[in-house]
Write a protein that binds this ligand. Structure first.
Ligand SMILES: [Zn+2]
Length: 234
């Protein structure tokens, strides 16, 4: 299995919007990751990156997309010598633009999404916008290839049907691509404050990721600039 850490530009935002309990007023620029997994005959994209906004974004907007045409996932694949036509499957963590807006560049592929996401307003709009995708709606954890090496993990909370991806590499090491179930390393170290938070699906998914970490799985957060820089140097 080969895993490629790819990027589709940046989001310029505020730290407190991505890091719970962070003080307000600090700028935060984060990468927009997406991943290519090559495993046997499978060439899987986990998320598809962002598209450049058609309209100029106001500097007052909370999330500003910083990317060039060359940062589109399809163009990033080409830049890394990977033919976009060679992709066989798409897995989408959830329906937010920085994860799905690149999907129209990969038409007619099997595309895996959780049921709770597909029936949410964001998911419904996504499916409508991409009628040529061969949608596979899964419920809960799902073993993609049947060999236990690529598992879709239900980690709802960030959105109703968010999912993460658990990979077992050739050396046996396990890697969990959390996507937006945990934006940053800080999120993986936080705990609910009270019983109401404990019942919140977001915190239940954080607890799930923390349990994987305790078992020795490396958990990669979805938008942590420092972690991302280290991964790209690997
Ligand atoms: Zn995101």
């Amino acid at each position: 299995m080969r895993l490629h850490f790819l990027q589709s530009g940046y989001i310029r935002t505020w730290r407190h919007l991505l890091v719970r309990r962070a003080p307000e007023g600090e700028r935060f620029t984060v990468p927009i990751p997406f991943y290519l997994i090559e495993h046997g005959k499978y060439r899987i994209l986990f998320d598809t990156g962002q598209r450049r906004p058609e309209k100029e974004q106001s500097p007052d907007e909370p999330f500003i997309i910083e990317m060039e045409e060359s940062d589109r996932a399809v163009n990033q694949l080409k830049k890394h010598g990977i033919a976009p036509q060679s992709i066989t499957h798409i897995i989408l963590s959830h329906s937010h633009g920085d994860h799905v807006d690149g999907l129209p560049d990969f038409p007619e592929l099997p595309c895996f999404i959780q049921k709770n996401e597909a029936v949410s307003p964001g998911g419904t709009a996504l499916l409508k916008k991409n009628p040529s995708a061969k949608w596979h709606i899964v419920e809960g954890d799902h073993d993609l290839c049947g060999d236990g090496r690529i598992i879709l993990l239900a980690t709802g909370g960030h959105t109703p049907g968010h999912q993460s991806l658990l990979l077992t590499l050739d050396n046996g090491e396990k890697l969990l691509l959390a996507a937006d179930a945990a934006y940053t390393e800080t999120a993986l170290e936080q705990y609910p404050l009270d019983d109401a938070e404990k019942r919140d699906p977001y915190w239940q998914s954080i607890a799930r990721l923390q349990e994987f970490r305790r078992q020795g799985v490396r958990v990669i957060p979805g938008h942590d600039p420092e972690t991302w820089e280290k991964l790209q140097k690997r």
